[in-house]
Ligand binder design. Structure first.
Ligand SMILES: [Zn+2]
Length: 261
């Protein structure tokens, strides 16, 4: 895959957090295990000519319903990076869980890149079952259905190049059509794993996440992520508070935005 001439800077924007019991973070975790901090992020890859947003987070109202500590709208986080959501033309959606696909109406002029299998699943016959619907906000799904009829959904089947230096890869596992994003940066190929690896511990110790669609695919997804990344340090997990420790804030005024590459 040819690299982009102009490497991308990559940012993680933390917009919410909570303490989660270990059994909500790792399948089969014992009662004696410590709670883990679960952070909530959206991500941005930007170079001189192109800005791509990965995921759109959840709204303050949904966060309150689900008792998450809201640090600020991810949309405002993008504005702090100088990005006007109404001018973003490409938004990648890792999957359709509630903490990844809220706020899409702010991106009124964007095309949304999602795996066809993901949209098919959450608009299909099994979507209403309890263990699936609990991870969904129906309004978010409806907004994407509207975007589809508006001609603004772009469906990927497997692997695709979004733009030189950014590719999308189906991994499944966590959901039917979960995808990861590979980005060419100044320090090499970085993988924005989103929920293909919530935690470093998940992917480094092969500890599956308890919310899942296909356990075998989840394990295989860890291999895919590791194969696509230049090293373990090039994997950016989707919910790990360690991201905030390992990478520097872009500015003292915006402590929740770190540059990861
Ligand atoms: Zn998530």
């Amino acid at each position: 895959m040819p690299a982009a001439a102009d490497p991308f800077a990559v940012y993680a924007v933390r917009y919410a957090t909570r303490m989660a019991p270990a059994h909500e973070c790792f399948l089969g975790a014992g009662p004696g295990e410590p709670d883990r901090r679960m952070d909530y992020f959206v991500w941005v890859a930007a170079n001189r000519s192109t800005t791509v947003v990965l995921d759109t987070g959840f709204s303050e109202a949904v966060g309150a319903q689900r008792k998450r500590e809201y640090l600020g709208s991810p949309v405002d986080g993008l504005r702090a990076l100088g990005i006007d959501p109404a001018k973003v033309d490409r938004v990648v959606l890792s999957h359709m869980h509630w903490d990844h696909v809220g706020n899409t109406t702010y991106f009124a002029n964007a095309q949304f890149f999602i795996q066809a299998a993901e949209m098919a699943f959450y608009t299909g016959p099994a979507a209403h079952y309890g263990r699936f619907i609990r991870s969904i906000e129906v309004d978010d799904v409806v907004n994407l259905v509207r975007a589809n009829y508006d001609g603004r959904m772009r469906f990927i089947e497997g692997e695709a190049e979004l733009t030189p230096g950014i590719t999308l890869h189906l991994v499944g596992g966590h959901t039917a059509g979960s995808q990861v994003v590979r980005v060419h940066t100044a320090r090499g190929w970085v993988i924005l794993a989103a929920d293909a690896a919530h935690y470093y511990e998940e992917i480094e110790q092969l500890r599956p996440f308890p919310t899942l669609h296909d356990l075998a695919a989840m394990y295989k997804g860890y291999e895919t992520v590791n194969r696509l990344a230049d090293s373990p340090e090039h994997v950016i997990p989707g919910h790990d508070a360690l991201v905030m420790e390992r990478y520097p804030a872009i500015d003292a005024a915006t402590p929740h935005i770190v540059r990861v590459a």
